[in-house]
Design a binder for this molecule. Structure first.
Ligand code: F0G
Length: 478
């Protein structure tokens, strides 16, 4: 067996596949009509595992110079020994991602009743494309390069598309992004267009976009499209590094709580896997608790976990109840709706992996409503460095848990700020002035763009043939 492989997370299957294969779900389970996610696994006995986490500190000194300088500079690949799925270091696609900051936030701590010195904000908005997505994208693009992909695609509420577009431009691949009509914050849309991705504005929401892009990547293989959403297990390998950097900033001390907003549930799933592996490798002796915070208007994990009692159950969660919940959602024609557009997701693809993370990290799930999210976003801006609305759900959730007494004043709490404040300035302007910039923009007069490399979004019906036509045929080789 190879040192790294893909494995089905369903314990009744456990099928394995090489890292040279491309799957977005387990083919063995799919053949039986079951949908199951894959994990990246390692045979650590064949790999040089560092004896302590402090090992990684030696890489700070290279300053991006020398043979491995570019990798050491990246906040993901500095930890490459903990995500060694690549064959050669030359496979790695990096744009200098992951150089983010853990800020001690005493002013905010005072607001939410945590002792000074105990509240930390992990600023993933400091990534090159302005969100945590770059952590995963660098890993997934590395895999895409390993398998010779030339066209990559994702569905997105905005940040994934911005990140994909940036990496596609650098890796000289064709980037194709599916976004829901009228759903995306302008800062994110502007990035996808500016970095040159083919931007399809599908008449539907994020869930519809994800359904279509999965269909395109898996059932229409002749189109040669590599899927970059977080069903791609390589993405989550990169996102583990957010936790490595948190520990690094805390001088390898384990905090008591990690608090993170939950949408498609990839990030929290990656965090659970990071701690599971660090413990397995003997690199830590304790695992922090996890709090996943959802928007009340996009709260499937909250309902399933807190109201229906769904648990990981050693890899055998109650699928019948989960499926009945989704069927009811369809019957009611329910669509997620929240001001935190980044997490406006009704059917999170990583639901099952998130249950594992909650199990590993003794986790809890909470929901916060839109006015609360907006209030805490403003509070983070006033007392921290700012973030976009979805990110502030973490701070709102931390305060809620503090008031419940689950988090105590002396606990060390890390809130993950997933996206930069400037991603969604409209939300900020509306909060402070009452002006709805989106409505202003939508009613503004339009003219044809004149720029030499203008890249207009393409409006497309939620229809497979129309989408395939809008994507265009793969380029002929030779
Ligand atoms: N915060 C921000 C700023 C996000 O953009 C997202 C997800 C999340 C939190 C939730 O993370 O999905 O791993 O639970 N944005 C995706 C996108 C869905 O398309 O940009 P998750």
């Amino acid at each position: 067996m190879q040192h790294a492989y893909q494995q089905c997370i369903n314990p009744d299957c456990n099928a394995t596949f090489g890292t040279d294969e491309v799957h977005v779900s387990c083919p063995t389970c799919s053949a039986k009509g079951v949908s199951s996610l894959l994990d990246i696994r390692y045979d650590w006995s064949k790999l040089p595992v560092p004896k302590s986490l402090a090992h990684f500190e030696s890489r700070w000194a290279t300053k991006g110079r020398g043979d491995t300088g570019k990798l050491d500079f990246s906040g993901i690949w500095r930890f490459r020994d903990l995500l060694p799925f690549y064959n050669n270091e030359s496979d790695i696609v990096t744009v200098g991602e992951g150089r983010t900051l853990l800020q001690s936030a005493d002013l905010l701590a005072k607001q939410i009743g945590v002792d000074a010195g105990n509240l930390f904000l992990q600023y993933e908005g400091l990534n090159p494309s302005g969100s945590f997505k770059d952590n995963g994208m660098t890993a997934a693009f590395t895999h895409a390069k390993m398998v010779g992909a030339s066209r990559v695609a994702c569905a997105s509420t905005g940040n994934t598309s911005a990140s994909l577009a940036l990496f596609a431009a650098h890796a000289e691949m064709v980037g194709i992004v599916f976004i829901g009509s009228g759903k995306i914050a302008y800062g994110k849309l502007s990035q996808a267009l500016d970095y040159g991705a083919r931007t399809l504005q599908i008449q539907g929401d994020f869930d519809a976009c994800l359904h279509r892009v999965k269909q395109i990547a898996t059932e229409n293989k002749e189109l040669g499209i590599y899927l970059m959403n977080s069903v791609n297990p390589f993405r989550l390998e990169g996102q583990k590094s957010i936790m490595f950097r948190v520990l690094e900033s805390l001088n390898w001390e384990i905090p008591d709580w990690i608090v993170v907003p939950g949408g498609n549930l990839g990030n929290c799933s990656a965090f659970g896997k990071a701690f599971m592996e660090l413990k397995e490798l003997g690199l830590i002796d304790r695992i922090p608790r996890l709090a996943v915070i959802q928007a009340a208007g996009a709260n499937p994990l909250h309902v399933l976990y807190n109201e229906k009692g769904i648990r990981w159950n050693d890899g055998r969660p109650d699928h019948a109840t989960i499926n009945a919940f989704y069927k009811q959602m369809d019957d009611d024609n329910y669509h997620a709706q929240t001001v935190a557009s980044a997490i406006e997701i009704g059917r999170p693809v990583n639901l099952i992996k998130s249950l594992r993370a909650l199990d590993v990290m003794d986790g809890v799930v909470r929901q916060v409503d839109d006015p609360t999210i907006l209030e805490y976003r403003a509070m983070v801006a006033r007392y921290g460095f700012g973030c976009e609305p979805a990110s502030a759900a973490s701070v709102a959730g931390a305060h809620m848990l503090r008031k419940e007494g689950l988090i105590s004043a002396s606990d060390k709490v890390v809130c993950i700020l997933t996206g930069h404040e400037l991603k969604d300035p409209d939300a900020t302007v509306k909060y402070h002035t009452g002006i709805d910039m989106k409505a202003v923009q939508e009613s503004a007069p339009r003219s044809e763009p004149k720029g030499c490399i203008a890249n207009k979004p393409i409006p497309v019906a939620d229809d497979l043939d129309a989408i395939i036509a809008a994507i265009g045929a793969p380029a002929q080789v030779g």
